[in-house]
Design a protein around this ligand. Structure first.
Ligand code: ACO
Length: 432
């Protein structure tokens, strides 16, 4: 198959079974190139095979751009480094959902709208009570977000959709903190609408009816920045899940609930919990970092270096660079000496010089340092992936809305290459 070597080529040619097929080439605004194979099966009878969809562009999107080779991440054209430093999470949420940065008036109105929708229906308390005490907060959050669809069953008009968007962003910190409070047997705390988004979340996590919690602005700022870094990441596993479920015209709450379940997996958002568990295990075994690196390289051993490697980033993950610095800043500001940070830095140092990690293009990803910051902020380990969920919410919403409005959207229905038994007669039970 001839493939275009420059973005200027407008067609690619596929030779198959003695026939030559011209395939259109699509070029994105940052020069990304895709070969449109949508007519391939109709014209040749063949399909493409791409396990894990590593080479498959499932949609056109104008939300997030990633260049994995150059370590570039942009939301709506704005570099992640600038947004992390200068913006707020709610401003970034607006940007992702609406396509442009908000004016001061739009942002104030958005913040006010979010702050008045933070409460969940009182009946939700009964819902949380039904879960076992040791329930992991991720499936609880997935179930709770899915259950929002039972409380808001209006037809999907533009106005109702706008309200669903506000409700999801506003109620997510409340749902997240309720799932935590339930797991430790404490009463859930009502939101305080005078607090900003991240401070309100910390209040609901750590205040009790007996004791106020004074939010440290340094911690609230760190949480806000972490949420910005997680806000979107184009067609990753959970976002693709949201789009796949939404392509059947399932509603926003149901689609996002499915995305939360996908995010929970240890190869995706669940890796931040695994990183801390890995660092703890290394420490418990005497702190021999090299031994763990050797295990991660050994094909006979199932261990991987959690928080290392990425499907798209093959040079560095820009979010990990920001997080490493922020991690050190937060620990310094709080005067915390972290053994886990020491081990993580040793691990990174050894891995980045190791031929295996160099040749496999494995670098720290967003999950490598985020867990250490969460620990410093007193966020319990099983809540780490929930923090990721809070951050990813506007990205999932923006992607779902984009898919919903795109006239090219079709229900997602991949094909397969069948490798099972060929047609054969049924064998009666007494002859088996
Ligand atoms: N440690 C050791 N080896 C690794 C690691 C790792 N963390 N990651 C990949 N490899 C190796 C694989 O063994 C494989 O080696 P081989 O080609 O010699 O057989 C090769 O690198 C390619 O690995 P794949 O699993 O095919 O790469 P893929 O792109 O499918 O997976 C993933 C990417 C899931 C992120 C992987 O790197 C991984 O498991 N990392 C650890 C988990 C993690 O940190 N996940 C968070 C990702 S960020 C996020 O989702 C928010």
């Amino acid at each position: 198959m001839s493939s275009p070597t420059t973005p200027a080529a407008t067609t690619a040619t596929l030779d198959y079974n003695g026939k030559s097929l011209s395939l259109p080439v699509i070029t994105g605004s940052e020069g990304e190139v895709g070969i449109d194979i949508s007519q391939l099966r109709a014209k040749t009878g063949a399909i493409t095979v791409d396990p894990g969809f590593g080479n498959t562009g499932a949609c056109r999107s104008s939300i997030t751009f990633i260049d994995g080779e150059r370590g570039i991440l942009q939301y709506r054209g704005y570099p992640i480094e600038e947004l992390a430093e200068k913006s707020s999470f709610l401003e970034v949420a607006w940007l992702l959902i609406n396509g442009e940065l908000p004016s001061a008036k739009q942002l104030t109105e958005f913040e006010q709208l979010i702050s008045i929708h933070t409460m969940v229906h009182q009946d939700f308390n009964r819902f949380f009570e039904g879960f076992p005490k040791d329930a992991h907060p991720m499936p609880v959050c997935a179930a709770a977000v899915g259950a929002l669809a039972t409380f808001y069953q209006q037809p999907e008009t533009e106005q109702n959709l706008r309200e669903s968007v506000i409700r999801l962003i506003a109620k997510m910190p409340t749902i997240a903190s309720y799932s935590y409070k339930h797991s430790i047997g404490q009463p859930s705390m009502y939101p305080q609408n005078k607090l900003d988004y991240s401070s309100n979340f910390l209040h609901m996590m750590f205040a009790t009816p007996c004791e106020d919690y004074v939010v440290n602005p340094v911690l609230a700022k760190a949480v806000d920045m972490l949420l910005i870094l997680h806000a979107d990441h184009e067609q990753n596993c959970s976002t693709s899940t949201v789009r796949v479920v939404g392509s059947s015209r399932a509603n926003l709450f149901a689609s996002i609930s499915a995305g939360i379940s996908a995010l929970w997996g240890p190869l995706h958002g669940g890796a931040n919990q695994q990183v801390i568990e890995m660092l703890d295990a290394i420490e418990a075994e005497g702190g021999d970092v090299q031994k763990f690196v050797n295990k991660a390289k050994d094909k006979k051993d199932n261990s991987r270096l959690m928080g290392f490697g990425h499907r798209v980033y093959k040079n560095f993950d820009p979010r990990a660079v920001i997080l490493k610095k922020s991690c050190m800043d937060v620990l310094n500001t709080l005067g915390i000496k972290s053994r886990q940070l020491d081990i993580a830095m040793q691990l990174e140092d050894i891995a980045l010089k190791d031929d295996y990690f160099i040749s496999h293009k494995l670098y720290p990803n967003v999950d490598f340092y985020s867990g250490i910051i969460y620990k410093a902020l007193n966020i319990p380990v099983n809540m780490f992936t929930v923090m990721f969920t809070l951050g990813r919410m506007p990205g999932w919403i923006a992607q779902w809305l984009e898919m919903h409005k795109d006239p090219d959207t079709r229900i997602v229905r991949p094909r397969q290459i069948y490798t099972g038994a060929t047609k054969r007669p049924y064998i009666p039970m007494n002859q088996r």
